[in-house]
Design a protein around this ligand. Sequence first.
Ligand code: MN
Length: 260
Amino acid sequence: MTDAPPPIAELVAPDAWRAVDCISDLHLDAAHPATLRALQSYLETTRADAVVILGDLFEVWVGDDALREPGSFEGRVCAILHDAAARRPTFFMHGNRDFLVSDGFAQATGITLLADPTALALGGLRWLLSHGDALCLEDLPYQQFRRMVRASDWQTQWLAQPLAARRTQARGIRSESESRKRAVVTYADVDRDAALAWLQAAHAQALVHGHTHRPADHLLAPGLVRHVLTDWDVDDDAAPRAEVLRLSAQGAQRLAPEAA
Ligand code: MN
């Protein structure tokens, strides 16, 4: 039995928009400088009319006050994002790593925050945009964790701690999840029935999401598709990866960032 689909927010593209780019799961941190440079260069050159970042832009986000800390990594990234949003409308949806991104980030960058999920109406087509983690229903401990950390009481308590304490805790949680990842072979994927229910509720023909880092195009039912975005890691010499999914009246097209 699948839960009822969540409320579907809507983004109606102005008539002048021809192409909207979706990217996701860049997991930016100071240890991945080439990935940040690839993002910056893509944001400076893409021909898209708008860019939507579908979550996990940051490896971790401990609170919007981090970007006001002198010399912080978050502050440097937000300066790049501010330039990007000045060039073209830019949108951000929360991932499971950066769910604490809030109004301070939006004000500092000029980026518009989107609810998860949001239906994008563009050139006669409807795309349902999501990070994707809420659809990985098989992972019950994660869904429980998600409900906890998305509650405003939990967030208020977390943000009341000093920034340095939050940074230390986030490092601890991440190394724990890294060692768990090495121990587990398979991860939960998006639940097919839930994805179909969301698409029907949104009257959309395609779901676009990231999170699983398993890029593919799945036919869910006749005329209903699930496009999965890749993560970005240009610093990984063995398997560098980065990709843009361009949405237009012609459909979805995968592009290398430098070709976008
Ligand atoms: Mn994720």
